[in-house]
Design a protein around this ligand. Structure first.
Ligand SMILES: Nc1nc2c(ncn2[C@@H]2O[C@H](COP(=O)(O)OP(=O)(O)OP(=O)(O)O)[C@@H](O)[C@H]2O)c(=O)[nH]1
Ligand SMILES: [Mg+2]
Length: 325
């Protein structure tokens, strides 16, 4: 037990797969092989050919975990993409939310509804974050043509993903890429510049950008100081006012008479100034994004419900029960 052995997994094949075998308990072994899908699949195929039953990870979790919530957290951990989200899911795997729900059930059973509601409130405040432990937050880069949306996407990703050009109307479709900001998984979407001109393809691009503006977890409305705040900016802000950040681009360009006046600036939406060329303001922007997506980080051991079903099951505990005699 606890011994780790290196060897080759052979069946009828001349060339075997390199493996590391570890016996972790009386009748439990772990096999580790090369990371590629083909290496693992080839070993599984060989085992299946020998009559060994192959079980999916999901089935294994459901059979071996005491509670469906623990099974879901175990499966979630496999899909989690950052250390920060893994830590929260690990708390759930260790039983944080199961214990919290049991406390609520006990309070309801004893008729202590006020206590039950307070305990539920303490969990509910993490619902939005919970739904983004596995699925990324959606961030939209939007604004009129040529304000620097694609340049900012490339800067945030750290590589040249989108085409950047001085010609207005370069991006005509949505373009999305996943990354993480401050340890939170995000999907950043570049969009077509909002304007009324353009051909039928560009118009469709604009329609998609406006739809994305309504549904984004956070939209970055980009303003080129040389052009200033326009009716298109105002339209985007009005579509999703509570989930908007205003970003002034091209801060490396010196202007004689800066025209960037945002009528909402006094109304507590302070623009963040960035340059995709020099990188100025990018750390501040990343910090602002993180703060807007996750204003408070859950303390260690906090119960966080991370699927809509789990969150609904919490609400069901408080819904009126109609019983028939
Ligand atoms: N100096 C400077 N130029 C920038 C900056 N960001 C973008 N540009 C330039 O502005 C022009 C437009 O940039 P894009 O990133 O293509 O702008 P966009 O908003 O994606 O434009 P559309 O796709 O046409 O809507 C290009 O010539 C870029 O090089 C910046 O921070 N500083
Ligand atoms: Mg573009």
């Amino acid at each position: 037990m606890d011994a780790i052995r290196y060897g080759e997994f052979h069946c009828d094949q001349a060339v075997g797969e390199s493996i590391i075998v570890c016996r972790t308990s009386e009748n439990r072994y772990e096999l580790h092989c090369h990371g590629g899908k083909l290496a693992a699949q080839s070993i599984l195929n060989m085992m299946a050919a020998e009559g060994i039953v192959i079980e999916t990870y999901e089935n294994w979790c459901e059979r071996n975990c005491d509670d469906p919530l623990i099974a879901q957290a175990t499966m979630g951990l496999v899909k989690a993409k950052t250390i920060r989200t893994s830590r929260i899911l690990l708390d759930q795997q260790k039983g944080a939310s199961v214990r919290a729900l049991k406390q609520i059930d006990a309070a309801i059973l004893q008729g202590e509804m006020q206590l039950a509601r307070r305990l539920a409130d303490e969990i509910r405040i993490w619902n939005d974050l919970g739904l983004h432990l596995i699925e990324p937050f959606e961030i939209l880069l939007c604004g009129p043509p040529n304000v620097g949306k694609s340049s900012l996407l490339n800067r945030l990703l750290g590589y040249q993903r989108a085409i950047v050009h001085e010609q207005a109307g370069t991006t005509r479709d949505m373009l999305a890429e996943e990354t993480s900001i401050d340890g939170w998984p995000v999907r950043i979407q570049d969009s077509a510049g909002i304007r009324t001109a353009g051909d039928v393809i560009e118009k469709e691009g604009v329609r998609r950008a406006i739809h994305a503006s309504r549904t984004a977890d956070l939209q970055l409305i980009l303003v080129d100081p040389a052009e200033g705040w326009t009716t298109e900016h105002q339209h985007l802000l009005d579509l999703n006012p509570s989930r908007s950040l205003i970003v002034e681009t091209k801060s490396d360009v010196r202007l004689e008479n800066k025209t960037c006046s945002n009528p909402r600036a006094e109304a507590n939406i302070r623009p963040i100034r960035v340059s995709s060329v020099s990188g100025e303001g990018i750390p501040e922007l990343l910090q602002a994004i993180s703060k807007r997506l996750v204003p408070t980080i859950p303390p260690a051991g906090q119960a966080v419900l991370f699927t809509t079903r789990q969150q609904q099951s919490l609400e069901d505990r408080f819904s009126v029960r109609i019983t028939s005699r």
